[in-house]
Design a protein around this ligand. Structure first.
Ligand code: SF4
Length: 291
């Protein structure tokens, strides 16, 4: 059986009075002809990679290709563990984790691309944030199937590639997936998970892809922070009862529309946005001369 729409997934979960994660994991097991434990164990191993990328990313000594702010993660970690912060250590950990995993990817560390390497900090930051705040690992793993099921529709109707749809397709998709996961982990209904997904994606439409000198470092690490905080915000808001006026499947189509009309200069070509600012070009020139 294939996933036809986010709406249909939600309807199936509602009809069976279960979580979307259960529906998607059962579909996957059936598709592969294996037991449910096999797919759950595999997803658990993916979560383990995510967890390790957060831990390793926070500890890592970065040596970025661009040579730009190698201490960005340690500076953030130290700050949010100090008494100065208004946001607090909890939200600070979410922020630091997202940039740590993204930086770890830029330094060739082992990450889980969910859905892409460029956006790899968002899901791990949000999921470990839930675990840090008391969520059960089994609920987290199950929620990853919810994210995967919803993401299937993005793959079907739109794209995850920054080169095709801009950063909305990479970090926007990751953020929406993480939001749906978090909503489910926090006890949200299938409808609330779909609202979390739609609210998150709909408010990140149009995000361009403009990596400086073509490296997935700046502004990518910061966009991972945006995606993680954004996801957590709308996960909680969906549980509060805030609803997306536009249904999730239509938001995915809107993302495709925006991506197809986005200028090529903003699709991973480094020909626009921050990449072509005087400083962005200066950095590119310096790196070219270094080679
Ligand atoms: S800005 Fe471009 S390269 Fe960087 S994370 Fe977004 S889509 Fe990927």
């Amino acid at each position: 059986m294939r996933i036809e729409s986010i709406k249909s997934l939600v309807e199936m979960a509602n009809a069976k009075k279960t979580k979307v994660g259960n529906i998607v994991s059962e579909m996957q097991a059936e598709k592969e002809g294996v037991s449910i434990d096999v797919v759950l164990d595999r997803m658990d191993s993916y979560y383990q990679v995510m967890k390790e990328s957060v831990e390793n990313g926070i500890k890592a000594d970065f040596d970025f290709q661009t040579g730009l702010q190698n201490d960005i993660v340690s500076v953030s970690d130290k700050y949010f563990n100090s008494k100065k912060t208004i946001l607090g250590a909890n939200l600070g950990k979410l922020i630091t984790s997202a940039m740590a995993v993204s930086g770890y990817n830029a330094s060739m560390g082992r990450i889980m691309a969910a859905p892409t390497a460029g956006s790899c900090g968002i899901m791990p930051a949000v999921l470990t944030f839930c675990e840090d705040n008391g969520a059960k690992r089994s609920d987290i793993v199950l929620s990853m199937f919810t994210a995967a099921g919803f993401a299937d529709i993005i793959a079907e109707l739109a794209t995850f590639a920054g080169s095709e749809g801009g950063c909305q397709a990479e970090c926007g998709s990751a953020s929406a997936m993480a939001s749906a996961s978090m909503a489910e982990i926090l006890g949200g209904t299938p409808d609330e998970c779909a609202h979390a997904f739609a609210l998150t994606l709909s408010t990140i439409l149009g995000l361009i892809c403009d990596p400086i000198a073509g490296y997935v470092e700046v502004p990518c690490m910061n966009k991972n922070i945006l995606g993680a905080v954004h996801a957590a915000t709308f996960a909680e808001l969906s549980l509060a009862g805030v609803k997306s006026i536009i249904p999730s499947d239509e938001v995915v189509l809107a993302m495709k529309d925006v991506g197809s009309k986005m200028h090529e200069n903003f699709k991973e070509t480094s020909l626009g946005g921050l990449a072509t600012t005087p400083t962005g070009l200066e950095i590119k020139e310096r790196l070219l001369n270094k080679k």
